[in-house]
Design a protein around this ligand. Sequence first.
Ligand SMILES: O=C(O)CCC(=O)C(=O)O
Ligand SMILES: [Fe+2]
Length: 310
Amino acid sequence: MAEPTQTNTTPQTMPTTHATRSQAIVELGLEQYIMQLEVDGLCVVPPEVHGVPLSAFDDMVEFLLAKSEELVGCEFSLDLGPHAEVSFGTSQRRSGLAEDQSKITQFLIQQLCSEHRMFRDLAINPVAVALMRHMIGAKATRFSSNNSFVKWQGDFGYGPSLGLHADQTAVPLPWGRTALTANTNWCLTDYTFEGGAFAYVPGSHRYASRPQFPMAVQRAVPVEAPKGSVIVFHGATWHGAFPRKIPGMRISIANYYRHLMVTSQEEYRNSFDRRLAEDCDDPELFKTLGGFADEFPYAQPSQPIPRVVP
Ligand SMILES: O=C(O)CCC(=O)C(=O)O
Ligand SMILES: [Fe+2]
C-alpha cells in the first residue's frame, strides 16, 4: 500500500490501516471529521467544507416536492406537508415503522440517481466519498442506495424506540472496526429536535453490536444541523429519528454506501442506465462506486479452463 504523503499531519491515534487511506482526507482538510467519526461514529460536515452550493439543495427540494405530488397524488409544501389526508392502504410490513399505518408520516423516494443528474453529483461528492472510503476502504466502497426520506408532522415518528438501529445490522456479529456500510444523510431542510432531527448514540459504533434497549434510547441525542449540512456515520452507529412535532416537512437524502462484500440495497450493475452514469461530474468515479466492472457476482464462468495439449 502507498505511504501517506504527509505523515506529520496524521494524528498519532489513527491506526496505520486508516492512515494509509488519508491522502484525500488531507487534501480535502477532513482530519477533524475523521477524528470525530473515530470518537463518536458520526460527524456533521457544513456546506463550506463539502462545497455543494445551497442553491443545489433548493433545486433538490423543488424536485422532491414535485415527485412527492406525482407519487402520492396531492400537493406537498415545506410549510404544510401533504395538502390532503394520505394513507398507505396496504398491510405490507415496513421495518421500524408503526404497525398502525395511520401513524406513519413518512415515505421514501428511491433510486434517485436515475431521477436527475443533481442526485448523481451528490452521490459522488468528493468529501462524502473520501469519508466513506476512509471508513469502508478506498477500493472496496460501493453504492448501496440513494433515497430521500420525506417526513411531515406526526407525534409517533418511529415510536418509543426512536427506530434506533445500526445500518450494518444484517451482517453477523462480531463486527470489527472497519465499516461494512456507512451513510451520508444530506439535510435538505433544517434539522431541529422538535422538527424530527436524526437521533444517535455518540460512540455507539465502538460497541460493535446492534442497539441494546432501553440503554440506546436513554443515551440518544438529536443531531441539530442547518439545511445544507451532511451527517456522516459509520454502519455500526446506533441511530434513528425523533418524531416531528411541529408543522411542515423534514426532507433528507440518504446516500448509503457499502463494502463490496456486502449486498447492495439498490441494484445498479444490471439495471442502471450507463448513459446516465456518463452524465455526472466524474463518470469514472460513478462507475467504480456503481460496481459496474466488479469481478463478482459473475453470470457466466469467469475462470480459464485448461485443455489437453494436442
Ligand atoms: O432520518 C431518518 O429517519 C433515519 C435515516 C436512516 O436510518 C438512514 O439513513 O439509515
Ligand atoms: Fe439507518
